[in-house]
Design a binder for this molecule. Structure first.
Ligand SMILES: Nc1nc2c(ncn2[C@@H]2O[C@H](COP(=O)(O)OP(=O)(O)OP(=O)(O)O)[C@@H](O)[C@H]2O)c(=O)[nH]1
Ligand SMILES: [Mg+2]
Length: 436
């Protein structure tokens, strides 16, 4: 369900309002550019933009009277179909603006919802976006003006004795209930998948971060995948999980996730909660940051706020400062002095991820053991769990049936296995001298 229909023909006029009252320290310097990128990402054609300054928003129309009159004159002779404003408006403000300009008015929430709607491709993704849109729509249902009324005219939908408004509410309520049920079913399946991962003892590393930071680009390098990475906001909507392909990592699954943005609509956070809940299962978060972005510090903070809302701020985190190819080496040197669990790299133009690898291995496995172990011949179950964990590199069986297995495994896990009687670490020469 696209909120903004027939985008090809939609000429957009952007209204960027700076409100002194809303100005906080952690406001983005490039907030205006981000707003423009959102509009471009939604596929609309930007015909013109205006920057306005106000002390406070007007209660009825958000934009103050003087500003409105000026805008009307500027829009008058232009071929504009749609007005887009960089704030969240309430239903009556939108309605009043639409009446005043006699044009469709889209606020920031609707814009983001629309981008999500056009990007969602998986079954779950589509359900989640539709749910968010309906929740948003239900807040807009007020007497005498509804989207449904305009779209369908409500013919044949109304129940006996119902007003149009009641019918709309009932239909939306019903659809929301059905969507919730279908989502619950899909997430049950995900829980089963999560359970089998735990059993296989693969560690889960989730890539998180602000939209356009380079998560998918890094994910593709780490897993030798070819997911779509683009210079667009919200290129990724559906999380994808793949096994690590690099021999220097332990048994790890990497998961690419949806990017965050400041003022992420609450309906979206709620609807995507189940997907984001997957993050709660992660053993480690790679927080990908575009270090070249002037707002990178504020964006780290915004991402951390959302992570804390989802309840995953206690999961260990490595800050991956990406796009280092766009910075001078002297600048990077200067940044490297900070004391934090962080790495500096270029996902797109680099191929040296040694630092990242060793940090991941250290956090997840307390370092990695690579070498031979021996197990007694009656311990086939231990051998098969080593295979299940994907850590067996080579295997030899002595004449007396004792098994020698070359493994690559985290030190923590190796320590657990060493508690088993008959499981021992040994050296190459032991195998060659004693048993062959
Ligand atoms: N110069 C440079 N560009 C990069 C680097 N990594 C990613 N990019 C570019 O940054 C843009 C965004 O990359 P993505 O990997 O799609 O970013 P993302 O974080 O997955 O974005 P969303 O899925 O939208 O949240 C693309 O145009 C990439 O080519 C890098 O190391 N250097
Ligand atoms: Mg992505």
């Amino acid at each position: 369900m696209d909120l903004i229909e027939d985008k090809k023909f939609q000429n957009a006029f952007l209204i960027y309002v700076s409100i002194d009252l809303f100005y906080e320290k952690n406001e983005l310097e490039n907030d205006y550019d981000e707003f423009k990128s959102l509009v471009i990402s939604s596929g609309l054609d930007i015909k013109d933009c205006r920057n306005l300054n106000q002390k406070i928003p007007s209660i009825n129309t958000f934009i103050t009277k003087g500003n409105l009159e000026n805008l009307k004159l500027q829009i008058l002779d232009k071929d504009i179909d749609i007005l887009i404003i960089n704030h969240e408006l309430n239903a009556s403000q939108t309605r009043n603006l639409e009446k005043y300009f006699n044009k469709r008015v889209i606020d920031k929430t609707e814009l983001i919802l629309d981008i999500f709607a056009s990007r969602a491709s998986s079954h779950i993704g589509k359900l989640q976006v539709e749910l968010a849109q309906l929740k948003h729509l239900s807040t807009r249902l007020i007497r005498g003006w509804t989207h449904l009324e305009r779209q369908k005219g409500g013919i044949g939908l109304r129940g006996p004795g119902e007003t149009q408004l009641e019918t709309d509410r009932r239909l939306i309520g019903k659809r929301i209930k059905r969507l919730n049920e279908r989502l619950e079913k899909s997430h049950k399946q995900k829980e089963i998948n999560r359970y089998s991962r735990k059993k296989s003892r693969n560690k889960l590393v989730a890539l998180v971060g602000y939209t356009n930071a380079g998560k998918t680009t890094l994910f593709n390098k780490l897993t030798e995948s070819s997911q779509l990475a683009e210079d667009k906001l919200f290129a990724t909507l559906d999380s994808v999980t793949r096994k690590n392909k690099h021999p220097k990592y332990g048994p790890i699954l990497f998961s690419d996730t949806v990017g965050f943005i400041s003022d992420l609509p609450t309906q979206l956070v709620e609807s995507f909660k189940a997907t984001l809940d997957e993050l709660t299962a992660a053993d480690l978060l790679l927080h990908v940051v575009d270090i070249h972005d002037v707002d990178y510090r504020t964006k780290i903070q915004k991402v951390n706020n959302i992570l804390s809302d989802i309840g995953v701020s206690n999961i260990p985190q490595i800050i991956v400062n990406n796009k280092c190819d766009l910075l001078d080496s002297s600048k990077i040197k200067q940044l490297k002095n900070r004391k934090q669990n962080e790495v500096f790299l270029s996902a797109e133009n680099g191929n040296k991820f040694e630092d990242l690898r060793s940090k991941i291995n250290m956090i997840l496995f307390n370092g990695i053991y690579k070498g031979w172990i021996s197990i007694e011949k009656n311990m086939g179950n231990v051998r098969s769990s080593l295979f299940d964990m994907g850590c067996v590199k080579e295997e030899k069986i002595s004449q007396c049936g004792k098994m020698f297995v070359k493994i690559k495994i985290g030190n923590d896990e190796l320590n657990e296995l060493l508690d088993i009687k008959g499981f021992e670490v040994c050296h190459d020469k032991d195998i060659l001298l004693k048993h062959y």
